[in-house]
Ligand binder design. Structure first.
Ligand code: NAD
Ligand code: IPM
Ligand code: MN
Length: 359
């Protein structure tokens, strides 16, 4: 088998803890399926600021460019929260997405039946929920010009939100393509009643829609969508939206599954190259305690296998093993109904690996 190069950028807080478990899972698939990986690690985020003076060192970026796929943990923490923009871990994250051209962020939220009790929502509302948020990742207010200035009433801060038609077209096309592989329902989420970028977004969606006549399209205003996600989550299939709305709605969607510790993601460009990371952050409140849920990162590996490498059998095995372990009642603290019975990060990883070998 061809050796695939994996760039590993574990980052800060629980990042290294959950990435460790994901690597264990990948090594298990080498054993079980004859896959072959070469792992290379790079400094990224807060730890890179401390050791190299920048959140995205050039050698880390080069390593990612040379790799076939990137596995990322999380970045950030209180230590760097008051730093200027250039010396923030989050700036490294935005930089790597932009530099690698990863404009499309796929965030699936699937409700495991056995985890319904872990959600704060009622089981009858959650039943059958299986949706994907397709989030635009390299444009919008995150990347527009930002500055401070003196205004008449004192200091002002400005964030600009810009989208060009090409940026909207490519993400909308990807979302239609994703919808075609699923139940063929697409909700485009915007704030077209107020924002000019949203009006361009909606016009573009409507122009592309006739290319996909089989897809049932609805436009939903973002505030209404935030509400509908809790009212009728199972009626959504694919949600496509701009960068900041997608950030917020995907964390909301996480709670449908029981925990943000369950949500995986893939960041893609035009080709099959991708960066894979959990949706959650560095969780400073639980970092170093060995109690973080590694499932989001482990499920991100399954996404990597499907979307970058086409290793579907191995991806199936990982997803089945996760389900099997959850069905057997094993829980990390974030999804535990009885926290006194919660297991730790490495125990969860070990159980998943054991289930992979036995199924
Ligand atoms: P967070 O996602 O790190 O944590 C939110 C809450 O969820 C916390 O209570 C945390 O303990 C819990 N949580 C998150 N992941 C978990 C897991 N795997 N298992 C169990 N519990 C989990 O969000 P935050 O607290 O708003 O941000 C913390 C830092 O992370 C900030 O510096 C932020 O900028 C950064 N962040 C980074 C990323 C990323 O690297 N992709 C994403 C989000 C936030
Ligand atoms: C995410 C995170 C990042 C984002 C932050 C840390 C910059 O919240 O990946 O969802 O907003 O994109
Ligand atoms: Mn986020």
């Amino acid at each position: 088998t061809e050796v695939k190069k994996i760039a590993v950028i574990a980052g800060d807080g629980i990042g290294p803890e959950v990435v460790n478990e994901a690597i264990k899972v990948m090594k298990k698939t080498e054993e079980l399926f004859g896959l072959r990986f070469e792992f290379e690690e790079g400094l990224f985020g807060g730890i890179a600021i401390d050791e190299k003076g920048t959140p995205l060192p050039a050698d880390t970026l080069d390593m990612c460019k040379r790799a076939d796929a990137v596995l990322l943990g999380a970045v950030g923490g209180p230590k760097w929260d008051n730093n200027s923009k250039e010396l923030r871990p989050e700036t490294g994250l935005l930089g790597i997405r932009k530099e690698l051209g990863l404009f499309s962020n796929i965030r699936p939220a699937v409700v495991f039946d056995c985890l319904m009790e872990a959600s704060t929502l009622k089981p009858e509302v959650l039943e059958g929920t299986d949706l994907i948020v397709v989030r635009e990742l390299t444009g919008g207010i995150y990347f527009g010009e930002k500055f401070r200035r003196q205004g008449e009433a004192g200091e002002e801060a400005v964030d600009t939100c810009v989208y060009n038609v090409t940026e909207v077209e490519r993400i909308v096309r990807q979302a239609f393509e994703v919808a075609m592989t699923r139940s063929k329902r697409l909700a485009s989420v915007d704030k077209a009643n107020v924002l000019e970028t949203s009006r361009l977004w909606r016009e573009t969606v409507n122009r592309i829609a006739p290319e996909y006549p089989e897809v049932e399209l609805e436009h939903v205003l973002v505030d209404n969508c935030a509400m509908q996600l809790l009212r009728r989550p199972s009626s959504f299939d694919v949600i496509v939206t701009e960068n900041m709305f997608g950030d917020i709605l995907s964390d909301e969607a996480a709670m449908l599954t029981g925990s943000i510790g369950m949500l995986s993601s893939a960041s893609l460009g035009e080709g099959s190259y991708g960066l894979y990371e959990p949706v959650h952050g560095s969780a400073p409140d639980i970092a170093g305690k060995g109690i973080a849920n590694p499932i989001a990162t482990i499920l991100s590996v399954a996404l990597m296998y499907r979307l970058t490498f086409g290793y579907h059998e191995a991806a199936d095995r990982i997803e089945q093993a996760v389900k099997q372990v959850l069905d057997a009642g094993h829980r990390t603290g974030d999804i535990a109904v009885d926290p006194s019975k919660a297991i730790g990060t490495t125990e969860m990883g070990d159980l998943i690996i054991a289930a992979m070998a036995s199924s």
